[in-house]
Design a protein around this ligand. Structure first.
Ligand SMILES: Nc1ncnc2c1ncn2[C@@H]1O[C@H](COP(=O)(O)OP(=O)(O)OP(=O)(O)O)[C@@H](O)[C@H]1O
Ligand SMILES: [Mg+2]
Length: 351
């Protein structure tokens, strides 16, 4: 029945999209108009429930999504000063992420789209991170270079059209956010590691020699496992020899090694492809050191930097609404048999 209705959906340029994101430990809902205007963006996070386990526990995250989803959607509709009748489409993250967590958002979105008789749009979480820039700079139009730096992804992407991507390079092993989380654990910092490493790094200096990874080689690829091992070895050696060492210096040295290369390669890509705009997305793009580095480097080279505010870098639903709108304009609507997928192969690719 919904498939029949689906054929008759009219596409509106200023469509109001309700977006839902539940791929990890954030239950998020947002209302986005015309793909660019964020009318509301609400998040209920279960992060504090995972702290004592040192990372996200999928079962706890799923249960938290179940109890938060109705509330977060209600809050998003209310703060947008709308009612459900004003919603033209429902967009939802269907992958990649924790399967049980994704299923909560997907099931809720399906029910809502069905009851409201509006299009259901399946959105890739990673495409969402890349689309955050469209809500920040209303004029942002491809082509541009996208730097993706998150908990599960690290890549430099040439965005050729609203719906077309070329991955210029990515990580060969760990993602940069994952490396932050692992290093945090090594130096005794609590989950979530990234922000805690950044905080401690402010008290330290970049004085510990660490591998420069694929600096000046490997094209646009990255490798973080060697850096992580070097930090482990440094800390273990100091501890075995019962020598004093500064955790803050470890944090500062790691942070520089991990992030300098991201900024350098992203800028290099802008030069090689003669593109004057760089956008960033993903939780690591909330890091102040990286943000300052990018601001400085882009200013020096005359590159326009589209830098989403921190809450739009970490997981949120507004970015899902922005990417959802791109799919909406294409009429790329999902059916009621939409399923959650733990792993979508690549950005720009539906498996
Ligand atoms: N200020 C920060 N400095 C460094 N890293 C950070 C900072 N804030 C968040 N992170 C890192 O960002 C990651 C979370 O980002 P995000 O929520 O986008 O990842 P994810 O959704 O788990 O993974 P993905 O988006 O790749 O599927 C974590 O690894 C976290 O440590
Ligand atoms: Mg993410």
């Amino acid at each position: 029945m919904y498939s029949e209705t689906k054929r008759n959906f009219k596409i509106k340029k200023d469509a109001v999209i309700l977006a839902i994101e539940s791929s990890c430990d954030e239950t998020a809902a947002a209302v986005v108009k015309g793909g660019r205007d964020i009318l509301s963006s609400e998040i209920i996070s279960s992060a504090s429930e995972h702290v004592r386990f040192g990372g996200v526990v999928p079962e706890i995250a799923s249960r938290a999504h179940t109890s938060a989803i109705s509330l977060v959607v209600e809050k998003a509709i209310k703060s947008a000063d709308l009612t459900l009748k004003d919603i033209d489409a429902v967009a939802v993250t269907y992958g990649s992420g924790l399967l049980g967590a994704l299923l909560v958002g997907v099931s809720y979105a399906k029910t809502l789209a069905y009851c409201l008789s509006v299009p259901l749009i399946a959105v890739s979480h990673i495409r969402g991170h890349l689309a955050a820039g469209y809500t920040v700079d209303k004029e942002l139009t491809p082509p541009f270079i996208g730097l993706l730096a998150s908990g599960g992804h690290t890549a430099i992407i040439r965005v050729t059209s609203f719906d077309g991507y070329e991955i210029l390079g990515g990580t060969l092993d760990d993602a940069v956010g994952e490396a932050f989380d692992k290093v945090a654990r090594i130096i005794g910092l609590a989950y979530p590691g990234g922000p805690n490493v950044e905080r401690l790094a402010k008290e330290g200096k970049n004085v510990i020699p660490l591998p420069k990874m694929l600096k000046g080689e490997g094209g646009y690829n990255f490798s973080y496992s060697g850096l992580k091992t070097a930090v482990i070895n440094y800390v273990h050696k100091k501890e075995q020899a019962k020598e004093e060492y500064s955790r803050a210096d470890v944090a500062a040295s790691f942070q520089s090694a991990a992030l300098d290369i991201l900024a350098e390669k992203a800028i290099e890509a802008c030069g090689e492809y003669s593109l004057e705009t760089l956008t960033v997305g993903g939780g690591v793009a909330a890091n102040g050191y990286l943000r300052e580095k990018l601001i400085r480097a882009c200013r020096e080279r005359g590159i326009k930097l589209v830098l989403p505010p921190k809450p739009l870098c970490t997981d949120n639903a507004a970015m899902i609404g922005a990417e959802g709108y791109i799919q909406y304009l294409k009429g790329n609507f999902a059916d009621m048999d939409l399923n959650a997928e733990a792993r979508i192969k690549e950005v720009g690719e539906r498996s």
